[in-house]
Design a protein around this ligand. Sequence first.
Ligand code: PGA
Length: 251
Amino acid sequence: MRQKFVAGNWKMHGTLKTNEPLLRDIVAGVVGWREVEVAVCVPFPYLTQAQSVLSGTAVAWGAQNLSERAQGAFTGEVSAVMLQDFGCRYVIVGHSERRSIFGESNTLVAEKFAAALASGLQPILCVGETLEQRDAGKTLEVVAAQVEAVSNRVGVAAFSGAVLAYEPVWAIGTGRTATSAQAQEVHVALRTQVARLDGKVADGLRILYGGSVKPGNAAELFSMPDIDGGLIGGASLVAADFLSICAAAAR
Ligand code: PGA
């Protein structure tokens, strides 16, 4: 049985002042839940705050990006080892905003995935198609190529230390969610793709859905057999909404 997993992706939101009650409310809300693992992926400067509030609680934390390089003269970059220093368990890799706004290619994403793993962090690898690609019937082809770039680089066994997130680009921050059937179709395809290389790794692989997950649609999405939780953007900034989504995963 795969334990459900709900991770918040705060993106570039928050202040020391607003994060504090948000983190504390999440901690208070998840006490005693075993059926679901909960994490928040916060902006780099707030990792120290996340570490101090969340240490010893049931809530894990992580970052939203990392450098593919280990160290050196790379102004502005943040390495996997640095994230480890702040107790991160997770790091999001290949989010569509990084791919489209910051030009991250499949190859670079694979390098970042490898760098995370090499330092013992669990990458949350995001894949997803644009609306144009979906309309052209290319969804499965696009996500398969995104996963393949990584499996070719690190080998399929590496996925046993990772999480996959299917995030259709057209559903992110738009209020437009994939239907549970649309999401399930892609999740099954992804799991099958991994299973072709290693059945056991595929069985254990948690595949999250992300893209306008809200308290009102979470339960239905999470009831699908291959949807193992969610990667939550906007709704992760409001404790009550995030907790309600976590509760839906715990059911
Ligand atoms: P959203 O973002 O929940 O605000 O759509 C999800 C994500 O980008 O991870």
